[in-house]
Design a protein around this ligand. Sequence first.
Ligand SMILES: [Mg+2]
Length: 215
Amino acid sequence: MHNSKIAVLSDFDGTITICNVLNSLYEKFAAPSYREALERWNRGEISTMEEIETVFATVSASRAEMESFLDTFELDLGLPNLLIYCREAGIKFVIVSDGLRWYIEYIMRHHGIQEVAVYACEIHFERGGYRFSYPWFDSTTPMRSVSKSTIVRDYQSRGYKVVFIGDGVSDFEAAQVADIVYARDVLLDYTNDQGIQAREFSDMRDIIGDLKKLA
Ligand SMILES: [Mg+2]
């Protein structure tokens, strides 16, 4: 892999944060019926777009109320060093998330991290409610709001070796096409079941050491 460009594409919820921020927002601010929506999403019965829009229809909190809750989330301990390492080594690091760019950038900024590109859904705070848009949707992955596999392929077509990091259902398609996969939790089970080679990680510190061998 020497002399080739490397891009690290990382999931956010449950990967860069310990817990799932979107589900925590639901738990804190949505009607209890969000659980049914999540179960249906997990079973593949509804898309991420349907899940987000159904659940947020029951939320009435203001942006400020939700943002003060976002102040309580921690990032992976190894993330700052991983970002520094990537910058020094000329490795691209981007976030690919089936969640909302708003809370990802808010939490990162809260921890002093800026200038990381985020591919995610857009929430528009409007008078009396929320509206959503999905700039990274692709019909090859109709159940996902962000087509992570399409983004992986796009980087590959631009000459990058893609390292993908994730933990959940929305990472399945990307894990099938990435050059190197780091997985934990549901994604690790999936890669094992599917015979996809993946490296187990517990936090981002595990990944820095490996990247040093690649770069
Ligand atoms: Mg995740």
